[in-house]
Design a protein around this ligand. Structure first.
Ligand SMILES: [Mn+2]
Length: 348
């Protein structure tokens, strides 16, 4: 399903009316931000800053990982933590328009959820996740898009402002395009994605710099942690084509693991020959956080939604569990025999 408010004259007029009158604008993305959350939010921020609003503020529901710290404009982000909560709430309360980037479910705003949903501001959702909730007044939504950055690029163009995609905006948008397509390798890497990438390069993006900033900036301890996980904690079940990893809170502490350090580890499981699905279970702050990845038609979004209070995309999804780490893994393993036909009968 696709819904671009810019394609309906009535909705586009509404948008133009709202943005024309807006004084204060808030942009937000989801908790535990990834490259696409900040790429789309900061790209949109850099675009909107070029108009004469009194305030355009990006508020992140939670703090961000080091691998994003180089992004243009990141120093202006207000993190919704104890220190900034009062300021952030005031900004949300005074906002005329709130853009929600890279999520479709209110709960992904964590503690900010109620303030945003109850605010008088008009809400505009720009997103590519499945099954959006209906809190948006306008949607720029396509579940087949590679990334929210792709959608922000298209929205800016549909509004006739392609010339405002300067190098900083382009850098942010390229970041989400790159991270959400797994460096242009996932199925959502459409011809359109490469056409957009080409235009972002023409705007001045240097791919090698962004790639290095994102992926070759690891703390030494993070690689040691990865080594430990691969040797000690990874299990592969060839009969199902399933790889899984479980990590305790103690192990995170032992390797001084920071928020975001576990990001991407789940993908190693899919690099095993014959793997169809990979899962990682992480014990953190009293709950188990789960990431799933899959290939081809096996939907981890369905798995996450049906059994682990989560959701996402067909090939990349997340969930949670209030059971213990062992019980959660056990629950996952018990499901596998029922999923076997879907897992094994993957068309080429
Ligand atoms: Mn995304």
């Amino acid at each position: 399903m696709i819904e671009f408010f810019t394609d309906s004259k009535e909705k586009l007029d509404l948008y133009k009316d709202w943005i024309g009158k807006a004084k204060n604008i808030v942009i937000t993305s989801h908790q535990n931000p990834d490259g696409d959350a900040f790429g789309s939010g900061l790209g949109l921020w850099g675009y909107l800053k070029q108009f004469s609003f009194e305030n355009v503020t990006f508020i992140s529901p939670t703090d961000y990982a080091d691998f994003l710290a180089w992004m243009p404009g990141i120093e202006h982000i207000v993190v919704f933590d104890n220190k900034n909560k009062a300021t952030a709430n005031e900004l949300i309360e005074n906002a005329d328009l709130i853009f929600c980037c890279d999520f479709s479910s209110g709960s992904r705003m964590k503690d900010m959820k109620d303030n945003v949903l109850n605010s008088k501001a008009k809400k505009i959702i720009i997103d590519h996740h499945e099954q959006p909730e209906s809190f948006g007044d306008l949607m720029f939504w396509n579940q087949h898009a590679s990334s929210t950055c792709e959608l922000v690029f298209q929205m800016i163009h549909k509004l006739g402002h392609g010339n405002l995609i300067n190098i900083d905006v382009a850098t942010c948008l390229y970041t989400g395009l790159l991270t959400d397509t797994g460096s242009f390798k996932f199925d959502a890497t459409s011809p359109e994605v490469h056409l957009i990438a080409s235009q972002l390069l023409a705007a001045g993006v240097v791919p090698s710099v962004i790639h290095r900033n994102l992926f070759d900036n690891n703390p030494f301890e993070k690689l040691q942690f990865l080594g430990y996980i691969l040797i000690k904690k990874m299990t592969f079940l060839p009969e199902y084509g399933v790889c899984y990893i479980s990590v305790t809170e103690k192990e995170l502490q032992k390797f001084n693991s920071r928020s975001g350090d576990t990001e991407g580890i789940v993908n190693y499981g899919l690099s095993i020959k014959g793997a169809v699905m990979s899962a990682i279970f992480i014990e953190k702050e009293g709950i188990i956080k789960i990431s799933f990845r899959s290939i081809k038609d096996f939907s981890v979004a369905d798995l996450a939604r049906d059994y682990f209070e989560g959701g996402g995309h067909k090939n990349a999804a997340g969930g949670r569990s209030n059971l213990s780490l062992e019980e959660t893994v056990q629950k996952f393993l018990t499901l596998l025999p029922y999923l076997k036909t879907q897992l094994v009968l993957q068309p080429n």
